[in-house]
Write a protein that binds this ligand. Structure first.
Ligand SMILES: [Zn+2]
Length: 374
């Protein structure tokens, strides 16, 4: 972000004059709850591919140490939300949450959390957890980045003349769009998509075997979810297929299917949701209440107070692009007073009579497109 160096200088100056320490002690901060959101900690080099989604293990561990050094209290999600609204939060409260349920959580994150004795919630998308294998969208995008060559002849894969320049982010995005559209037009099932990944690896000259062996872009298996649940990790809802249709019946089915898989694994009802890709709308709120969902988190940066709607809780998404001083500014709360980039704007229902209003499928497909990162 262009303003990053200036922001760093300003925040550094505020910290140097003691404002961070002051904010840590304010009743204002102590009546508020910071919910941190993570997507992944790199198994290999994913943080270099997508620093806006992934962190290196070293950065993540430094964050945990910063949290403990600052005297912050990491609470389980359910307890924190209860205490936010009954006014009994301990000073400097925060919650750690992880989206999707990727295998790096079991391999890297969980052992670190155990070492530092910190609780966490994982919002899991159960369809990919049950299916096994790598998730097509991020894995294919990663492979295009990993190849990094110009003039790749995509004709053998797509069956039409097309050349890809994979040396630029723009070129990689264009190639991914072609590939995604090609797979979507053919309605490929997960097994066929997995075969397409093998073909893509051959075309790009990237050996998939070590990446598959490392379980890159795989979700945790059901047995791992059950085992980590028993070890104290709180698994919660993220919809079954990582989507939030604008049609009520389809939306409620996502929650129901998510629960059908998850609740036997965690051994108790799941009542907390993270909106997939942060896509949220006022339309969803009565549906969530009807489904007995007691809290829902967005990816809009902020710090929650008692006045916040529990179904629209803000979350600060922490990635490798966030500097240590900005992270500390979020912990003490001062950063929430500055403007932030909107990561995912709320989806507005179409006005009555507009072309999209009578067609929930249009809105649903728009959601689906916005969710391409999983
Ligand atoms: Zn997600």
């Amino acid at each position: 972000m262009a303003s990053f160096p200036l922001k760093g200088v300003v925040l550094g100056a505020l910290e140097a004059v003691g404002l961070f320490g002051l904010f840590q002690r304010l009743a204002w901060r102590n009546q508020r709850l910071l919910i941190l959101g993570y997507h992944g900690v790199a198994l290999l080099d994913e943080h270099r591919w997508e620093p806006g989604l992934y962190q290196s293990p070293a950065t993540f561990e430094a964050r945990l140490q910063e949290i403990l050094r600052g005297g912050y209290q990491v609470l389980p999600l359910s307890e924190a939300i209860g205490r936010l609204y009954d006014g009994s939060l301990p000073p400097r409260s925060l919650v750690l949450t992880f989206d999707d349920g990727f295998a790096d959580f079991a391999e890297i994150v969980h052992p670190m959390l155990q070492r530092y004795r910190l609780p966490a919630t994982v919002y899991i998308t159960t369809c990919y957890c049950e299916a096994g294998g790598p998730v097509f969208n991020p894995f294919s995008r990663y492979l295009l980045w990993k190849c990094g060559r110009d003039g790749v002849d995509a004709a053998p894969l797509l069956g039409r003349p097309e050349r890809w320049n994979l040396t630029t982010l723009e070129g990689q995005a264009g190639a991914f769009r072609s590939l995604h559209r090609w797979a979507k037009d053919r309605g490929l099932c997960p097994r066929k998509k997995d075969q397409l990944l093998d073909q893509l690896g051959l075309l790009l000259g990237v050996d998939l075997e070590p990446l598959r062996a490392r379980r890159m872009f795989h979700l945790m298996r059901p047995a791992e979810v059950a085992e980590l649940s028993r070890a104290g990790i709180d698994f919660q809802l993220h919809t079954h297929r990582h989507r939030t249709p604008m049609d009520q019946a389809l939306f409620l089915r996502e929650i129901a299917d998510n629960r059908t898989v998850l609740e036997p694994l965690r051994g108790s009802p799941a009542t907390h949701l993270a909106y997939p890709s942060g896509v949220h709308s006022e339309v969803f709120l009565p549906w969530l209440r009807e489904a007995g969902v007691s809290s829902a988190t967005t990816v809009e940066s902020g710090i929650a107070s008692r006045a916040t709607d529990p179904l629209l809780l803000p979350r600060m998404v922490d990635t490798d692009t966030l500097s240590p001083v900005e992270f500390r500014a979020w912990l003490c709360g001062i950063r929430s007073l500055f403007p932030t980039r909107v990561r995912q704007a709320p989806l507005r229902p179409p006005p009555p009579g507009s072309p999209g209003s009578a067609d929930p499928a249009t809105a649903a497909s728009r959601h689906e497109e916005s969710a391409t990162r999983l």
